[in-house]
Design a protein around this ligand. Structure first.
Ligand SMILES: *Cc1c(COP(=O)(O)O)cnc(C)c1O
Length: 379
């Protein structure tokens, strides 16, 4: 067993009570709890519409569908992301076009390179706010407006995170969030799609439930008797059991982020003078969700990185890698792409250190001491 896991679920008796109440209500599928979560989420993010879905992959798929992206279209995506960001593009038969990240210090999509990848076929850009640190949204939105591209934000890492004081996920046409167990808001599986557009919201609501014009809850409550099917939709609904977990998690989020901020400060303090590593976003001053704590080894390769991870594991410190570069996966290997050397370097040399609110200063001191010692001992 690890002494220090990578992540720890932020659950207590409040989640248990919320689920118990939902079970006792006997309405467990999508209903009033989903509605409540949507309202609280949109209010918190200060955006007009939020639509609860079964996971973020579904949100990304719906986003591409309702923006009318399909066969023959190109969508610019980062390679350094969870593969769902890229897979969603293929769901609608469009082509993902991989874009590099800025540098080992800013591991988000490189705006300068986005421009050079735009062709006649480009319809959208999906950006991913790594660990809750913002992509350069001002520049990205400027290019998108100039070149008539849609912007979808994969904001899975960044609920409540900000860029110039505005919440991530609210800059583009659509923002997508995940409530998977290890995310900042954990409901097991779950997600949210946010938008400022009433038309997009309306279509997303249709498409998440088979294209049906009314939901079971409305019919059960006698608000309507029948329904029409207007479009070929999916079953991408969230259930009220998970939504009730999400409501509690959302309430706890701001406090949890304060604790994570403290944990990150400790890391920065105890890793600051280490010469063998970069700490991405070290100069960030905006509010971040600190979903994960990445460091990047200098003068390294994947063998050295994997060796360091193994030594950390032997000391009881669980780590991870975010992410393997998507363009190297078998299903994307054949796709032509430009220079992705920063993505490849970070994919090979990044280590994700433990990050969650319950970590104490003594844990971080321990992790950093071991980590420093391991790097110093390496040939
Ligand atoms: C978790 C994650 C997803 C997928 O979310 P699911 O809710 O598991 O579908 C997509 N993109 C990023 C960046 C993620 O971290």
């Amino acid at each position: 067993m690890y002494n220090i896991p990578l992540f720890d679920l932020n659950y207590d008796e409040n989640e248990l009570q919320a689920v118990t109440e939902t079970l006792a209500s006997k309405w467990i599928s999508s209903g009033p709890k989903c509605r409540e979560l949507e309202e609280k989420f949109s209010e918190t993010l200060q955006i007009s519409y939020a639509c609860a879905v079964s996971n973020c992959t579904a949100a990304l798929h719906l986003a591409l569908c309702v923006l009318g992206i399909g066969e023959g279209d190109e969508v610019i995506v980062p390679s350094l992301t969870f593969v769902a960001t890229v897979n969603a593009v293929r769901y609608v038969r469009a082509e993902p076009v991989f874009c590099d990240i800025v540098s080992p210090m800013d591991i988000t999509i490189d705006v300068k390179k986005i421009e050079s990848l735009i062709t006649e076929k480009t319809k959208a850009v999906i950006v991913m706010h790594y660990a809750g640190f913002a992509c350069q949204m001002q520049e990205i939105m400027r290019i998108a407006r100039e070149r008539h591209l849609y912007v979808i934000e994969d904001a899975c890492h960044g609920p409540l995170s900000e860029y110039q004081g505005k919440k991530l996920g609210t800059f583009g046409d659509i923002g997508c969030f995940s409530f998977f167990s290890n995310k900042n808001i954990s409901t097991g599986e779950g997600g949210m799609l946010v938008t400022g557009s009433p038309e997009i919201d309306k279509r997303v609501r249709l498409m998440r439930s088979h294209g049906m014009t009314t939901m079971s809850y409305e019919r059960a409550k006698g608000h309507s008797a029948s329904y029409d099917v207007k479009e070929l939709g999916f079953n991408y609904r969230l259930d009220d059991i998970r939504a009730s977990l999400g409501i509690v998690q959302l309430e706890k989020l701001a406090f949890d982020l304060k604790k994570r901020e403290k944990v990150r400060e400790w890391y920065l303090t105890y890793l600051k003078d280490m010469e063998g590593i970069w700490i991405p976003f070290a100069d960030n001053y905006e509010l971040s969700s600190n979903y994960i704590m990445p460091v990047v080894l200098k003068k390294s390769d994947y063998k050295k990185r994997d060796h360091v991870r193994k030594l950390l594991q032997e000391q009881g410190i669980q780590t991870s890698v975010h992410y393997p570069a998507a363009h190297r996966f078998s299903i994307y290997q054949e796709l032509p792409h430009g220079n992705l050397q920063n993505s490849e370097y970070v994919a090979d040399c990044e280590i994700t250190l433990p990050m969650y609110g319950k970590l104490e200063e003594s844990d971080i001191v321990f992790i950093c001491r071991i980590f420093r010692h391991i790097l110093e001992e390496l040939p």
